[in-house]
Design a protein around this ligand. Structure first.
Ligand code: 3HC
Length: 711
């Protein structure tokens, strides 16, 4: 009986009563309206399929119902399958496919009324309906590829039948949604509703209530399908999705849509979906989906923590970092005052910003008017007092404590009360910087990654005295300028660079023991990193690491370091910027191994009495990945990062670690911490106590995060 579903269900339904439907039934004359009410995003959670099926049963049994409208309560239509249920056994997972089968077989018209986002299973549900209407701002897409899966509820079979093979491939392989207005041109939306969505949908349903036969998508052919289209897509993903499983499955299924009867493709899709869902790649991408959202949560900071609105910004230093940082604000429509010490430096900095924008305009991603609007928001100055009205000032000068202290002392005298004083330092002690001001509670580290206008990561360095309000404002600001902000504590290098230093040390050691730099880089490329350790250090500039190593030796009272890489730098080879480093470079910036450098390394080994041995790519990968993991474990123990997931987010967005590996900590979980510990010991590294403990207990970092989250 469907009677028990009849009453509207209050939004705050008791958790212990799962039999209560979260799909509300209501009547508008001869139309039955089913409202899915599963906040925050109406994901297809347990209860939703039961509620929808009950609604369909009710509509089928009642002759006075001529058509059904399905709509989402709150801010959106269904945003997809409930990703949290992906780990459930198949029998317990919500039956999205069964619901869509019921819709497809339904004898009366069904209309999906879409606002917000119809994503993944949400769009599949809508395509199972007879018709779709939407508000102009709605977005529709199949983003499953971003989670390492594929549309598993008919999307691979229905979308090509509606929008054609090419467009469907584009949408499913990119995962990028399209606007309702475009969807309407493609025939994916039957009517755009400008006014109230529900009344528009009911009106539409009434108009077409008696139209027969029902135009079912499953009965159509795929337009524009040819073997060439699928061959081209297979070629394309070799570049865009190297090493990934789900994109090739998506292409196979889209091809099936064009070549076999619907039922056959529909059945094949179910199997491929399970295959993708159960892969390490999908586990990794789902981990990152939740880790990214979790990283925005900071114990002690709530919705009620006061924040200030950032209406204007100041940047000190118009070099590469300062300019890039300024661009983030300009892009978000926030005026920036940028300060330099000489007119020359100021002119150069402004020139670079303008050229960057013009290059974007040339690619068609900005109009010339956009360029001018942004440049008009930028005020250059040679005088720090020009920063007196800024709501936030970010210092981006070179890494020298004395210089930074001098700037913050001046800034303290100039900046208005309540202004946030931020340093873009990548290594220095933010507590020490804050100590020269009379308002250490206003001081914070905002560590941008180069190029600062492109890289999505922002390490938000919480110093000892940083106030909650300054922290919360900085998190909100990160979101506003399109960054993923991760809160970290003060230590040398914070999270990202501290780990990368250990990784660099290990990479040099591997070469010292017998590998060639290009072999080590190739091993990491195979893991999915666009750049291996040496390609990366050549790009960043070898002189930076060199200076750090010299400095650390001086501080420790040790002799100047004299590794093989130091010798390369001492020959004036500083990396890409000098056209030569570990590798040689031409205009293409493609690294080419250099025979002299190979000899330098061999001579170095001979001099130190090292007999080179063959090192497999597997050994390189393990040693490098686990050196990150080991340092990451120490960082967790010290509380410098709150969660292993935060470290993974930092590595995905700041260091090019492939998202489909989930970041170093998730990668270690997938390998198994016992194996990680054994390998570290085999290669002469001491496992961090936390890592050892988790391995002994048979646990994962994910479990550690979850236990910590529960307190
Ligand atoms: N399942 C479970 N939880 C989800 C979810 C989903 N599909 N989508 C969002 N959530 C949760 C988030 O984890 C977050 O939870 P939290 O508040 O506890 O951190 C909350 O909903 C709000 O999400 P956002 O913070 O991301 O909110 P935004 O407003 O910024 O974005 C959104 C909304 C665009 C819908 C975005 O959440 C999103 O892109 N979601 C994923 C959509 C997706 O990938 N759908 C496909 C799923 S796979 C599928 O459908 C398989 C099928 O083919 C069989």
């Amino acid at each position: 009986s469907w009677g028990r579903y009849r009453n509207p269900v209050p939004a705050t339904r008791p958790q212990e009563a799962p039999s209560v439907s979260i799909v509300d039934q209501s009547r508008d004359g001869d139309i039955l309206v089913l409202t899915i009410n599963n906040p925050p995003v109406n994901a297809f959670s347990p209860g939703v399929p039961e509620g929808l099926k009950a609604g369909l049963d009710a509509a089928a049994a009642d002759d006075t119902v001529r058509a059904v409208v399905i709509i989402g309560a709150g801010r959106t239509f269904v945003a997809g399958a409930d990703i949290k249920t992906f780990n459930l056994p198949r029998e317990q997972a919500p039956d999205l496919r069964g619901t869509i089968e019921a819709l497809d077989a339904f004898p009366k018209p069904t209309v999906a009324a879409i606002h917000g986002t119809a994503l993944g299973g949400g769009l599949e549900l809508a395509m199972g309906c007879t018709y779709r209407v939407a508000v102009p701002g709605a977005q529709l897409g199949l983003p499953e590829v971003k989670l390492g899966v594929l549309p598993g509820a008919g999307g691979t079979q229905r979308l090509p039948r509606v929008v054609g093979a090419q467009k469907a491939l584009d949408m499913m392989l990119s995962g990028t949604p399209i606007r309702a207005t475009e969807a309407s041109q493609l025939g994916l939306i039957d009517r755009i509703v400008d006014g109230d969505l529900l009344s528009g949908a009911v009106e539409f349903a009434r108009e077409l209530a008696d139209a027969r036969p029902l135009p079912r998508i499953s009965e159509r052919a795929v337009p524009g399908a040819s073997p060439e289209v699928f061959a081209a897509a297979r070629g394309g993903i070799k570049k865009t999705h190297r090493g990934q499983l789900s994109p090739s499955l998506i292409i196979d299924l889209a091809e099936l849509a064009a070549t076999v009867p619907f039922q056959e493709g529909w059945a094949a899709e179910a199997g491929r979906f399970m295959q993708a869902k159960d892969s390490p790649q999908s586990r990794a991408l789902r981990h990152i989906f939740f880790a990214e959202r979790e990283s925005a949560k900071i114990p002690g900071i709530t919705k009620d923590t006061p924040t200030t609105e950032i209406r204007s910004a100041g940047v000190i230093g118009a070099g590469t970092m300062g300019g890039g940082i300024a661009m983030n604000f300009l892009n978000a429509g926030i005026p920036v005052t940028i300060v330099e010490t000489t007119q020359d430096a100021l002119d150069r900095g402004l020139g670079v910003i303008r050229r960057n924008y013009e290059a974007t305009a040339k690619k068609g991603r900005l109009t010339q008017a956009d360029v001018e609007t942004r440049m008009a928001l930028l005020t250059p100055s040679l005088d720090m007092t020009a920063l007196k009205d800024a709501d936030i000032v970010i210092e981006a000068v070179f890494e020298n404590m004395d210089v930074k202290k001098d700037i913050f002392t001046k800034l303290d005298a100039i900046a208005k009360p309540g202004a946030i004083l931020a340093s873009n330092t990548s290594t220095l002690d933010v507590n020490e910087i804050a100590s020269v001001t009379r308002r250490p509670e206003s001081v914070i580290g905002l560590h941008f990654f180069s190029p600062a206008n492109v890289m999505k990561l922002l390490e938000i360095v919480r110093a000892e005295k940083t106030s909650d309000s300054v922290l919360a404002t900085s998190m909100a600001l990160a979101r506003r300028i399109g960054k993923v902000g991760v809160v970290v504590g003060v230590c040398d290098g914070f999270v990202g660079n501290r780990m990368i230093h250990r990784y660099g040390d290990e990479a040099r050691k591997i070469v010292e023991e017998g590998a060639r730099p290009e072999d080590v880089d190739a091993a990491m490329n195979t893991l999915g990193l666009p750049m291996g350790p040496f390609q990366m250090s050549d790009m960043a500039g070898l002189d930076i690491g060199y200076a750090i190593r010299q400095h650390q030796a001086r501080v420790a009272g040790q002799p100047a370091p004299d590794g093989w890489l130091d010798r390369i730098v001492e020959r004036g080879r500083k990396g890409q910027k000098t056209g030569a480093g570990i590798y040689d470079y031409d205009e293409t910036r493609k690294p080419r191994p250099n025979a002299d450098m190979q000899r330098l390394i061999e001579d170095y080994r001979a001099e130190k009495g090292i007999t080179p041995r063959a090192i497999t790519p597997e050994e390189s990968t393990a040693r490098l990945a686990y050196s990150l993991v080991n340092e990451g474990a120490k960082i967790l123990e010290e509380g410098i990062a709150q969660r292993a997931g935060d470290i993974d987010v930092i590595y995905i967005y700041g260091y090019g670690f492939p998202a489909y590996r989930g970041g170093p900590m998730q990668y270690a979980d997938e390998v198994g911490l016992k194996t990680v510990v054994a390998d570290l010991e085999r290669y002469g590294q001491t496992p961090a106590p936390l890592l050892k403990k988790l391995a002994d207990e048979g646990k994962t970092f994910a479990e550690w995060d979850a236990e910590k989250g529960r307190g």
